[in-house]
Ligand binder design. Structure first.
Ligand SMILES: [Zn+2]
Length: 375
C-alpha cells in the first residue's frame, strides 16, 4: 500500500493524494503554515456570551513529556457590548497581590455585573508563580522582557506573541498587575508610562487614579526592552499597571488595596457595574503624582554587601541624603558605604533581600510631577 491507499504498479510512481482535502485548502496553508501564526490554542471562545473557564495551551517538551502542553488558566466573562478588559497577574512569578485579586474577582462576579467583556488571566507564567520566581523556570525568560514575542520561540516568548497578536487586539483596556517581587519593595502604587498620544495618556491617567493609591508613579524602562505594557501602549490600549508592594509577606491592607482598586478601575472604565469611588469619597488626600524618569533616580549598589535601609518607604529625602548603606561582613572594621539620593524627592522603592550584589537596584527616588503633563 502506498500512502494514498492504492496499489502501485511495479516501476510506477504513485501520485501522493491527500487523505483529507481540508489539509490542502489554500486558507489552511496560509493560516497553519505561516511563521507568524501562534501555536497557542484557547479552549474558550472569546466571542461567546456568558462565562467560560478554560485554558490556553502552549506546546512544549520536556524529558517525560514529548507532546506536553503548558496549560494557562483563562476566564472570559462576556456580558454585552461594552469595552473589553484584559486583566493579568503573574507576569513575574513572585508577585502575588494581582493573582489573588483576579482569583477573588473571578469568583465574586456575576455575569449581569459585566457590561462589556472581561478576560482574566491570574497567572501569565504559571510555572514561575508556582516556583515563586521572577523568571520562568521552563526557559529562564523574563516575561516582561519578551514582547512582542516569537511564535517559534520558547514558552515565554510564545505566550508574549499570543498576547501581542491575539489578546491585545481584542482589548480596549490592558491591566498588568505587578509588585517589586522578592527583590524590591515598593510603596504600593499604580504606575504608567507617559505615552506620547495625549488622548491615550488622559485615559491612562484616569485609570491609574482609579486605583486610589497614595502615590501614582511615572516610570522609565531602566532595565531593558520588550515590556508587556510598551507593546500594549504601542497598540493604543488603555494600559493600567501597578507596583503593589513587594517581598514575600504581603500585608492584608495591600491585598485589600489591590482588590478594591482593581474593581474600581473596571467600574471607572465601564467594564463593570458598580459604584465608582474617588479618594475624596473615601476621605483621603488626593493621589500624589511622582516620577522617576532619570536613570540617576534608580540607585544601584556600588559593591556587594549587606544593605541597611536608612529611610522608610514614602518618606521625603533631601539631595545627598543617605537612603541606605552597605556593610561588609568579611571586613567588619570597614566603614559602611552610603547610597545617597542624587536629588531631593521621595523614597518610592527600596531593596528587598538584605544581601545585595554589585549593581542591584537598592533604591528608587521619585519627584513630584508637573500636573500639566497629565492633562
Ligand atoms: Zn513585575
Amino acid at each position: 500500500m502506498t500512502n494514498d491507499g492504492s496499489h502501485a504498479k511495479m516501476g510506477q510512481i504513485s501520485p501522493v493524494r491527500p487523505t483529507d482535502p481540508i489539509e490542502f485548502h489554500p486558507d489552511f496553508l496560509l493560516k497553519e503554515l505561516s511563521v507568524e501564526k501562534s501555536p497557542v490554542r484557547a479552549s474558550v471562545d472569546f466571542d461567546r456570551p456568558g462565562i467560560q473557564h478554560g485554558n490556553l495551551y502552549v506546546p512544549y517538551s520536556y524529558n517525560l513529556g514529548g507532546w506536553a502542553n503548558m496549560m494557562l488558566p483563562v476566564t472570559v466573562l462576556n456580558g454585552g457590548k461594552g469595552p473589553t478588559a484584559l486583566v493579568m497577574g503573574g507576569n513575574h512569578g513572585d508577585e502575588y497581590p494581582g493573582p489573588v485579586a483576579i482569583l477573588n474577582l473571578m469568583r465574586q462576579l456575576k455575569l449581569e455585573e459585566v457590561l462589556g467583556r472581561l478576560i482574566l488571566i491570574p497567572a501569565l507564567s504559571p510555572p514561575a508563580v508556582k516556583a515563586s520566581t521572577r523568571l520562568s523556570p521552563l526557559d529562564g525568560k523574563n516575561m516582561n522582557r519578551s514582547f512582542p514575542g516569537n511564535p517559534q520561540g520558547t514558552v515565554t516568548e510564545m505566550i508574549a506573541h499570543y498576547l501581542t497578536t491575539v489578546l491585545f487586539p481584542m482589548a480596549d483596556i490592558v491591566v498588568d498587575n505587578h509588585t517589586g517581587g522578592r527583590s524590591v519593595d515598593f510603596y504600593p502604587c499604580a504606575h504608567m508610562h507617559l505615552v506620547a498620544d495625549l488622548n491615550q495618556r488622559k485615559k491612562m491617567v484616569g485609570g491609574t487614579l482609579a486605583w486610589n493609591t497614595d502615590f501614582a508613579f511615572l516610570y522609565a524602562d531602566i532595565a531593558g526592552t520588550g515590556l508587556l505594557p510598551v507593546e500594549a501602549e504601542r497598540q493604543g490600549k488603555i494600559v493600567i499597571t501597578t507596583e503593589m508592594g513587594g517581598g514575600e509577606c504581603i500585608p492584608a491592607r495591600v491585598h485589600r488595596m489591590c482588590q478594591s482598586g482593581l474593581r474600581n478601575v473596571l467600574v471607572h472604565l465601564g467594564v463593570l457595574q458598580g459604584e465608582f469611588q474617588t479618594r475624596a469619597d473615601l476621605g483621603l488626600a488626593p493621589t500624589r503624582w511622582v516620577q522617576s524618569l532619570d536613570w540617576q533616580d534608580y540607585r544601584f549598589a556600588p559593591e556587594s554587601g549587606l544593605y541597611e535601609a536608612l529611610v522608610d518607604l514614602g518618606s521625603d529625602v533631601a539631595a545627598d541624603q543617605p537612603v541606605g548603606q552597605l556593610h561588609f561582613i568579611e571586613c567588619p572594621q570597614r566603614p559602611p558605604v552610603k547610597v545617597v539620593a542624587p536629588t531631593a524627592g521621595v523614597l518610592l522603592a527600596t531593596r528587598g533581600p538584605s544581601m545585595v550584589a554589585q549593581g542591584d537596584c537598592v533604591a528608587c527616588i521619585a519627584h513630584d510631577v508637573d500636573p500639566k503633563i497629565l492633562a
